[in-house]
Design a protein around this ligand. Structure first.
Ligand code: HEC
Length: 130
């Protein structure tokens, strides 16, 4: 009888330990989420879209369908998770590389008409978030 009692005691204690482990795990998961979200919320989608429209980027790019240029979702998929993705996107819109349009003709890619690095970075982050 004493043995059974001891065992019950052991189980209750273990359950308690497992419980506190999980609430600790939940607490750190919540903390991790809280510390990640400010970086993601930093993309100003309105500012990015305004800059994108003002530069006639919409003539060749749309969010979900390809026009003369690839859709933003295609561009995002190409660079998602790549360490140098943002850098590549910024380079493409600031250095006028030769690009091939959907009809096969080549032209210099339009360069963005601002030197505001924060605005350019924000636009790149927005494109990559599509
Ligand atoms: C005349 C049409 C045209 C306009 C206007 C245009 N683009 Fe593009 N863009 C293209 C084409 C075509 C490509 C595809 C290049 C390739 O895949 O080689 C491209 C590719 C891109 C890429 C992806 C580059 C890569 O490495 O895959 C980004 C980012 C981009 N454009 C951003 C912009 C932004 C921002 C603007 C406005 C400042 C803009 N584009 C205006 C035609 C255009």
């Amino acid at each position: 009888m004493a043995l059974v009692k001891n065992q019950i005691h052991f189980f209750t204690e273990s359950a308690q330990m497992i419980k506190s482990f999980f609430s600790l795990a939940t607490a750190s998961a919540v903390l991790a989420l809280v510390s990640i979200s400010p970086a993601q919320a930093a993309v100003d989608a309105d500012a990015a879209q305004t800059l994108f429209k003002k530069n006639d980027c919409t003539k060749c790019h749309a969010v979900d369908k390809s026009k003369k240029g690839p859709s933003l979702q295609k561009i995002a998929a190409k660079y998602k998770g790549k360490a140098d993705g943002e850098e590549k996107v910024i380079k493409n819109m600031t250095t006028s590389p030769k690009v091939k349009l959907d009809d096969g003709t080549e032209e210099e890619h339009k360069a963005i008409n601002t030197k505001d690095q924060a605005a350019i970075k924000n636009l790149a982050a927005w494109i990559l978030s599509q």
